[in-house]
Each structure stands twice: as C-alpha cells, then as structure tokens.
Design a protein around this ligand. Sequence first.
Ligand SMILES: [Zn+2]
Length: 302
Amino acid sequence: MIIDMHAHLGDLRSPGLLHRQPITVESLIARMDQDGVDKAVVLPWPACPEAVVFPGLVWPESDVIAQIKAAGRRPDRLIPFGNADPRWGGNSERVDFSWLFERFIEMGCVGMGEVSANLYFDDPRVVNLFRQCGEWDFPVTIESTGPGEGHYGFIDTAGSPRLEALLKAAPETTVIGHGPGFWADIAGGLTDTDKCGYPKGPVHEEGSVPRLMRSCPNLYADISAGSGFNALTRDPDFGVRFLNEFQDRLMFGTDMCFADEEGRMPQIHFLRQLLQEGKISREAFDKMTYRNALQVMKRYRG
Ligand SMILES: [Zn+2]
C-alpha cells in the first residue's frame, strides 16, 4: 500500500502557465498507476483568497465542495479532505465551524487542507480553526511562507516561533507541515529570504523542524513538493538521518499541480531507492508511505 498524502484536482494554472494541463480524476489516477501509488489524499484548492488564480475560477469543478465531490467518485483510490479559511464564517476568532465540519464528514472528508491563508500561524482566527480541527479529529495540512506578505500560506519568521505557538495552543490537533516556509527551517541560521525559498547545501546546524518535531508530538510533515524534496536531499547524510529519526511523523506526498509530465515529483522513487540501498528499513518505508497516514486520518475507514 502506498498513499500520496498531498494531491490536487482541477485547474491550478495562472494566466502565465496555460501550456500546463489541469488535473482530472482520470489523469490523477493514471499518474498514480504509473508510480505504483494506491491512494491519494485530495486537498481542495484554494480556500483562501490569496491563492485564487483566474483560470481555475471557470474550471467546471473549481470550488472546494466540487473538488470533494469529484474525489468522491473514486472512493477506492481518492481520499478527500475538506478545506477552509480561518476568516470564513465571519472573520472572527470566535467562529464556530461545526456546521461545516458536519457537512465535510457527510461528504467523506477525513482531514483539512491544505490551509493556506496568508496570516500569521498564531493569529487568533487560525488558532480557533485549528483547535476545532482537533476536536473533530481532522488532521490539518498547512501551506507556509516566510516573513512579510506572501503570495499565500501561513507566515512565520526564521526559527518558526509562530508555528510553535500554534502547535502549543492546539495540542490536540495533528498539524502536517508543508511548504517552503516550513521546510527551509530544517537548517538553522536562516535569513528572511531563505525562509521563503529553497536553501541549498549542507545542514551545519539543525533548524526548527527537527526541534519542533521532538518537542511537539502533534507536528507531522508531508515530504511533498520541491520544498520537501530539497530539504531531504540538500545534505544527503543529514536527510537520511532525519528520515530515520522522524519515521513515525513523516508522510510521502507529491503536491503535483498539473497533469503533464513537466514537474513530476521524485519522492516515491527517492524512498524506494533509499529502501533498496538499506538506508531506511522496510518498516520505516511502510510508515512513511502509508502507516502514518492511516494513523493520522482517524476518520478514514478505507
Ligand atoms: Zn499543495
């Protein structure tokens, strides 16, 4: 069994990327078949206004609910998450999201994400939504950026003090780290510019990612996208040690946003190669490719 913890459906193209191909249920499953992936978690996109790009607005199944229902056509292969913006329902730190959680559960959703509002991680509106995710047994996948205004994704500074505050304010909520603003902080000594990007080279000192993984049991991460892959491969020996130490908290994912070959992600081949070379055990491989996913998706019944 292999579960891709981070997949998308629909048209995520910006007007400058019209040569790319939007993802349909059929093309997503075709790609999974090619890569030997059994199931994929569909994260509806976008729920926040900062991530809206225009072509997606006119795609037939463009909104969060339509994407959940599209994933629901293949329950044998696709696992839907819900998605919400912390500002929905009245833009207040007191919004009760229960009505929405109930609908998401009726539609078969087993988590939330990727939540990508361009707010600080410890904004009271964010804490409010995340606490309720814990109460409803919804793990939350986050998108994250660096300091200052970003295109989309939660904002933090080097060392991730705001993410740490959120993890401690919502200790019952499983938070799945993702995005450049999260993964850049695998190494310490970051500049503000590094925190928004894909820093390369050896890891001379640990950053907030390993520190928070050790101190906050509710922090998990998916290794998807260029950000996750860069973090694990920029210093190959460190990457292998990291995978082994946190094998109970890491999950395979791709985050491919288009159906065409361009930009196919190497994560599953990377993990299979490490297994073949004996750098990770079969047990560690199984945890990172499906067992951790099944553990955090408490509502998933297969
Ligand atoms: Zn994504």
